[in-house]
Write a protein that binds this ligand. Structure first.
Ligand code: SF4
Length: 275
């Protein structure tokens, strides 16, 4: 078995903490999809294994691609590989892109695992981080995903932000537990070079992340999730039994994989290291 990671390098706007490789020039999407298809043609022989049991669309923001763009990439993968029946097809998406129609389209492409970048249910956090969605949209998207019948869902949260009080963090964690979300990825906010936060920090307009608060919020998360039946199977990833990400777990167990798209190797390394 083997897996393929596809990096989709587009975002609506730049989150102030993010130093991933992405562009906000959405009019280049068709050209990028063509380049990714070419990448698959040129590099598919890197894998000697022809059967895939995972596909992972990460970003950037894959949910900025429409159905026909996604179908082009998936079809090209099918030209070279056999995607096993029941393979895990993960798709990263942002709350502001989720509509019932879009979810139906994702299902028609056999996407069966959604990773939703919620980060927080509080507008104060989301606005500070310059996320494109609101707390209301975060809740609504989760509801729509469940109504559409996706049960393999992962949600991202960020802790340690100067705007996130312990009470807010507890609310975020408890909301996901109460919603029955089976997989949670939680990341500590970091100040990276070449980001708005990095610039603010250098200009002394932003304090360093409060390590004590971040550590307190992380330990709260560990306890709350453990008590709710989740287990920590990676530094930043927590799952109910049977909902561990097959794609990420395969990195650890040495299953061969291919990364396509402009920054796929760097992003995969970050996913494995939990940063
Ligand atoms: S955090 Fe995600 S949505 Fe925000 S800029 Fe980075 S890749 Fe794009």
């Amino acid at each position: 078995m083997a897996g393929i990671y596809v990096h989709i390098p587009f975002c609506k706007q730049a989150c102030y903490y993010c130093n991933f490789h992405f562009s906000t020039q959405l009019n280049n999407r068709e050209a990028m999809v063509a380049a990714i298809c070419k990448d698959i043609d040129l590099r598919h022989n890197y894998l000697t294994e022809r059967k895939l049991n995972t596909l992972y669309f990460g970003g950037g923001t894959p949910s900025l691609l429409n159905r026909s763009m996604l179908a082009s990439i998936i079809d090209r993968i099918h030209d070279h590989f056999e995607v096993e029946e029941g393979a895990e097809l993960t798709f990263e998406c942002n709350p502001d892109d989720i509509t019932p129609d879009y979810l139906t389209e994702l299902r028609s492409l056999r996407i069966n695992r959604l990773s939703l970048g919620i980060q927080s249910f509080f507008d104060a956090d989301l606005q500070f981080m310059h996320r494109a969605h609101s707390g209301t949209e975060a809740l609504k998207s989760l509801e729509l995903i469940k109504q559409a019948g996706f049960d393999n869902i992962s949600l991202d949260l960020i802790y340690g932000s100067p705007t996130t009080t312990d009470k807010m963090w507890q609310y975020n964690v408890q909301s996901l537990i109460d919603a029955g979300v089976p997989h949670i990825s939680a990341y500590c906010l970091t100040i990276e070079d070449n980001t708005v936060f990095g610039r603010w920090h250098k200009q002394k307009r932003m304090e360093a992340i409060d390590d004590e608060k971040a550590s307190r919020q992380f330990y709260y998360l560990l306890d709350a999730l453990e008590n709710a039946g989740y287990h920590a199977y990676e530094i930043s990833n927590f799952a109910m039994p049977g909902f561990e990400a097959v794609h990420n777990s395969n990195y650890w167990s040495g299953v061969p994989y291919l990364g396509v798209g402009p920054s796929s190797i760097l992003i995969m390394k970050r996913n494995v290291n939990g940063v």
